[in-house]
Design a protein around this ligand. Structure first.
Ligand SMILES: *[C@@H]1O[C@H](CO)[C@@H](O)[C@H](O)[C@H]1NC(C)=O
Ligand SMILES: *[C@@H]1O[C@H](CO)[C@@H](O)[C@H](O)[C@H]1NC(C)=O
Ligand SMILES: *[C@@H]1O[C@H](CO)[C@@H](O)[C@H](O)[C@H]1NC(C)=O
Length: 509
């Protein structure tokens, strides 16, 4: 065998590419910065990148169940991206995500050969009218849709006993760090696949914890943007008041590249995206990847409240080194003596948000199903009947569909519901916003994904960054939440913390 071929084969096996110039590119753990530089310098092609991820999906998916479908056109799109790059030399002139393969949570519509099913057979072979708003932006930025990531079916909104990461189409998604552990959800496959290097970057969605929790459990970075910063058009909905689309990636920097590509106005989600577009900095979000991002930041640590470190003094102890790091980097830590008052506001807010979501879900899902070109089901009521008819396939006897049924019983937004929504708004103002303003905080910090308990109902943003691994090797994160539009601050904080700690390590596969 020719020696070049031998080296090339060996390096491919090791996850490296070898080319005529003799320079190598390390696929595993490659950041978007690495990828863009290598593409620019002709050390890498998009085809090689897509081939690598397809191989990894083929190798790992039988164990991890992280991906529902792979795009049959991915290689064709990669070749097209490679040709385009050649014709737009000089290098450095590339669009933001040109030639970069991305996996999308299966509730984000694509107008291509891929199905969009939220993991359910009830949506298999449904035909969407167009790409989701964020997908249009991704394609414009040059990204290659690699496939659909697995998820908790219907974003965990079918049943309260659905296991995190389970859906009828792909089965149970697995935490790549610890197979017996909860991978969390509902953006499970987005987090597990990117953690396991089955994609360059991914998108997830969150209504109440669905980006932050799987990111925390699978040692990756998740950004839950302010509601409306990213379009929800073409996303299988739960609550337009809370739904948001955001990146799940291996690094803060990667997540920010993706965020930059997907934010902005979308006429198909006009009111929310127009309202939130005032938060988008003209020069984008990359400028906030600063080495001194923590300097002068005021960070609230809720010592007692269940929203923060729960009852676990152990957890607080494990976080002490991180608190020291934050201080050393110039942040001011503010102990929040979270009063019983605040606790009551937050817990009643969480109860209320689910009551509101039930009503909103029926309206929003029916609207989504009605706008499809074709679909096996056209309403929530039909989805319930579908599940009964296919109860074996959908494991209805085992997991049920109690949330579906409760939502179906609701009757739209009447006087009571309007009062409930007013109560929710008031709780956000008197709870989280008051806490942030009175203490002049830039962010609230919690262990794991727990900040979601205060930021979900009000549509506030949050970021999760890997923070460590417990004795069994199970990852946990640290989460930062802020007021609407505070992504620049959250990115500064998260990036500086990440750079100072560099905790993430790839899963032992
Ligand atoms: C979409 O679903 C149909 C029906 O199961 C299947 O034939 C097709 O291959 C799926 N598309 C992809 C890209 O997997
Ligand atoms: C701590 O909280 C968890 C719920 O997060 C609960 O299951 C556990 O029993 C609590 N432990 C103590 C000692 O209160
Ligand atoms: C709204 O809040 C008030 C005051 O706490 C309460 O009495 C009322 O029942 C709430 N309304 C709804 C619909 O939950």
């Amino acid at each position: 065998m020719d020696i070049t071929l031998l080296i090339s084969l060996t390096m491919t096996i090791l996850g490296l590419s070898y080319n005529a110039e003799g320079s190598s590119f390390s696929f595993r753990e490659a950041s978007l910065h690495d990828i863009r530089t290598a593409l620019d310098q002709n050390r890498l092609t998009s085809r090689e990148l897509v081939e690598f991820y397809l191989r990894e999906i083929q190798r790992l998916n039988p164990v991890l169940n992280a991906v529902i479908e792979v795009n049959p056109d991915a290689l064709y799109l990669a070749d097209k991206a490679d040709q385009e790059r050649k014709s737009t030399q000089p290098s450095g002139s590339m669009k933001g995500l040109a030639g970069v393969p991305i996996l999308l949570k299966d509730n984000i519509a694509t107008k291509d050969k891929l199905n969009t099913t939220a993991g359910s057979y009830a949506l298999l072979r449904s035909v969407v009218p167009q790409d989701a708003g964020v997908v249009k932006k991704l394609r414009k930025a040059g990204a290659i849709i690699l496939g659909k990531a697995s998820m908790t079916e219907w974003a965990a909104y079918r049943s309260s006993s659905l296991p995190n990461g389970w859906n009828a189409r792909r089965g149970q998604s697995v935490n790549p760090y610890l197979k017996s552990a909860d991978p969390c959800g509902s953006s499970t496959g987005s987090a597990t696949s990117v953690a396991a290097n089955m994609a360059a970057v991914t998108l997830g969605t969150e209504t109440a914890g669905s980006i932050l929790c799987p990111s925390s459990s699978n040692s990756v970075v998740g950004i839950k943007p302010t509601v409306g910063l990213t379009s929800r058009a073409g996303v299988v909905p739960i609550s337009p008041r809370q739904d948001t689309v955001g990146p799940i990636c291996r690094t803060v920097s990667d997540a920010v590249y993706v965020l930059d590509a997907i934010v902005g106005f979308d006429p198909d989600d006009a009111i929310a995206t127009n309202k939130a577009s005032k938060y988008i900095p003209r020069a984008g979000y990359l400028q906030f990847l600063k080495s001194n991002g923590l300097e002068g930041k005021r960070l609230g640590i809720p010592r007692n409240s269940f929203v923060g470190f729960r009852n676990s003094s152990e957890k607080l102890k494990t976080f002490e080194p991180h608190f020291n790091t934050l201080r050393k980097r110039g942040a001011v830590l503010v102990d929040i003596v979270d009063t019983a008052d605040f606790d009551i506001i937050v817990s009643s807010m969480n109860n209320d948000q689910y009551k509101a979501m039930n009503v909103e879900f029926k309206i929003a899902l029916n609207a989504y199903l009605e706008q499809l070109v074709t679909s096996p089901v056209r309403s929530l009521a039909e989805a319930i009947v579908f599940n009964e008819k296919h109860s074996k396939l959908e494991k209805i006897e085992e997991y049920g569909q109690d949330i579906f049924e409760a939502a179906e019983k609701t009757n739209g937004i009447g006087r009571m519901e309007r009062e409930l929504l007013l109560n929710l708004t008031r709780a956000c103002k008197n709870g989280f916003e008051k806490l942030m303003k009175e203490n002049k905080l830039d962010a609230l910090v919690t262990a794991d994904h727990n900040v979601c308990y205060v930021i979900s109902a009000g549509g506030y943003p949050g970021i999760n960054v890997p923070a460590g691994y417990d004795n069994d090797g199970l990852p946990y994160g640290i989460s930062f939440g802020g007021l609407k539009g505070s992504e620049p601050k959250l990115i500064e904080i998260a990036y500086d913390f990440e750079q100072a700690t560099k905790i993430r390590k790839p899963p032992p596969l």
